[in-house]
Design a protein around this ligand. Structure first.
Ligand code: UD1
Length: 430
């Protein structure tokens, strides 16, 4: 099994190119089934989650053609199966975007219940509420969500809580419904806006994405399009915090600085310099970091997907910091691993109380989920000595070429398979 071998201590320095946003690519790829015409998508990240979704789409008859590492052409005119169920699809959360997309076009979809990172209970009641409001029957049987409708009719839907997934799913279903749908208390994340822009480029009539009220006038059908996915806000934020954690100087390129405002604000608060240009952001951490408080919130608040990364930075910062996780109830599972590297963190419910320490020490650690896995790698890069990071399959779900990008910034990190490889790595870097 592959692991990362890491020798910590090198500040990360240099430039890194950010890829397309995983969380935009997933709904956009799924939404490609909503037309019989050909769709061409650029800037698709080559990560496990997008590849699993593409394979599942291929399985039900979508013609999926990779025309480059980050370009894909899709044609869904020959779908022969409205049931999406296999072992892989259960592992990714975004499989459920095929429900909204297929329900919209075929008025019928059956998709295996979503998996994804184990960071909380991850209910889907708001998705179901939205589909039912549009006139669909929804049942959960034998591990599948089954939806069917004679016709979908626009409706006024109030989301009881802000949900990225439910906003996206209901927006897709409403795009081909009769009449107007209003989604209130909708999620405002950049990937919600990206999906709306994509659907509009196919002939949909969606207004208000990026605000908390989205208005969708149903259209009869969608047409083909060419579209480039936005840069990944979380990949960018991860490298920005990697600069802070390793006391480095990193320029993240190909980003939309506006999407990074909450991340930038916190880096400034803890004492980093952040310089923005049109499509890049440079983070310099030349002074000791200091403490702050942070609470995760829906966009434009501080993203829950950046919570482990900021915690790793704060645990190396002077003073006491408090991190409150308000989106997922089980998102501090990595803290035990970080403690083994010397961090001093007490978790009480959804709050972590952090006493900053002056250094981490290398250890053998396991990635418990995607973002925490990346954050632990960053801790290992800052730590004294060697670390081995296990279960990197989680990290590969959402970061393309993670270790290669880190290497290009001067990190001593390698993929290894055996203890012997690790010993060789130690000899090489010792
Ligand atoms: C998406 C992202 C994930 C990110 C999260 C929050 C993808 C593939 N994943 O996940 O990386 O961490 O947004 O920004 O884009 N909830 C309900 N009922 C529902 C739906 C959600 O109670 O029907 C709750 C969830 O349990 C959670 C909160 O609402 O506590 C937010 O979840 P949601 O925004 O839906 O997250 P995901 O779309 O699953």
């Amino acid at each position: 099994m592959q692991q990362y071998a890491i020798r910590g201590g090198n500040p990360l320095v240099g430039e890194v190119e950010i890829g397309g946003a995983k969380n935009a690519a997933l709904p956009i790829l799924a939404a490609s089934v909503m037309t019989d015409e050909t769709v061409y998508i650029e800037n698709v990240p080559d990560v496990r989650d997008t590849n699993v979704l593409l394979a599942a789409m291929d399985n039900i008859g979508v013609m999926v053609k990779r025309t480059g590492r980050h370009e894909v052409t899709l044609n869904a005119s020959q779908i022969h199966n409205l049931v999406v169920d296999n072992d892989n699809i259960k592992k990714i959360r975004a499989s459920y975007y095929l429900i909204g997309a297929m329900l919209a076009k075929y008025k019928h979809a059956e998709v295996a219940l979503p998996g994804g990172c184990d960071i909380g209970s991850r209910a889907i009641d708001q998705h179901i509420k939205g589909f039912r409001a549009l006139g669909a029957e929804v049942t959960i049987e034998h591990g599948l969500i089954k939806t069917k409708a004679e016709r979908l009719v626009g409706s006024h839907i109030y989301m009881d809580l802000v949900s990225v997934g439910a906003t996206i799913n209901v927006m897709m279903a409403a795009t081909l419904a009769e009449g107007t749908t209003i989604i209130e208390n909708s999620a405002k994340e950049p990937h919600v806006v990206d999906l709306a822009n994509f659907l509009n480029s196919m002939g949909a009539n969606i207004k208000g994405a990026g605000t908390d009220v989205i208005r969708i006038k149903g259209v009869e059908k969608l047409h083909g399009t060419e579209y480039a996915i936005i840069p990944d806000q979380i990949e960018a934020g991860t490298f920005m915090f990697a600069a802070a954690i390793t006391k480095g100087d990193v320029t993240v390129k190909n980003v939309i600085p506006k999407h990074l405002e909450s991340i930038t604000a916190k880096l400034l608060e803890i004492g980093c310099e952040v310089k923005e240009a049109d499509d890049c952001v440079r983070v310099v951490a030349s002074k000791p970091l200091h403490h702050t408080h942070v609470k995760t919130l829906p966009y434009p608040g501080f993203p829950t997907d950046m919570q482990p990364q900021i915690t790793v930075a704060l645990a190396l910062s002077q003073g006491t910091s408090i991190v409150t996780e308000s989106i997922f109830e089980n998102r501090f599972r990595y803290v035990d691993e970080l403690t083994r590297m010397g961090a001093s963190i007490k978790v009480e419910g959804t709050t972590a109380i952090i006493e900053g320490v002056s250094r981490y020490t290398g250890a053998s650690i396991s990635a418990p989920d995607l973002r925490a896995g990346a954050a632990l790698v960053m801790a290992a890069l800052a730590a004294e000595g060697y670390s081995m990071v296990d279960d990197i399959k989680y990290i590969e779900r959402g970061y393309e070429d993670f270790h290669l990008k880190l290497q290009s910034l001067g990190a001593q990190i390698e993929l290894v398979e055996t203890e012997r490889d690790f010993q060789k790595f130690k000899l090489k870097t010792g």
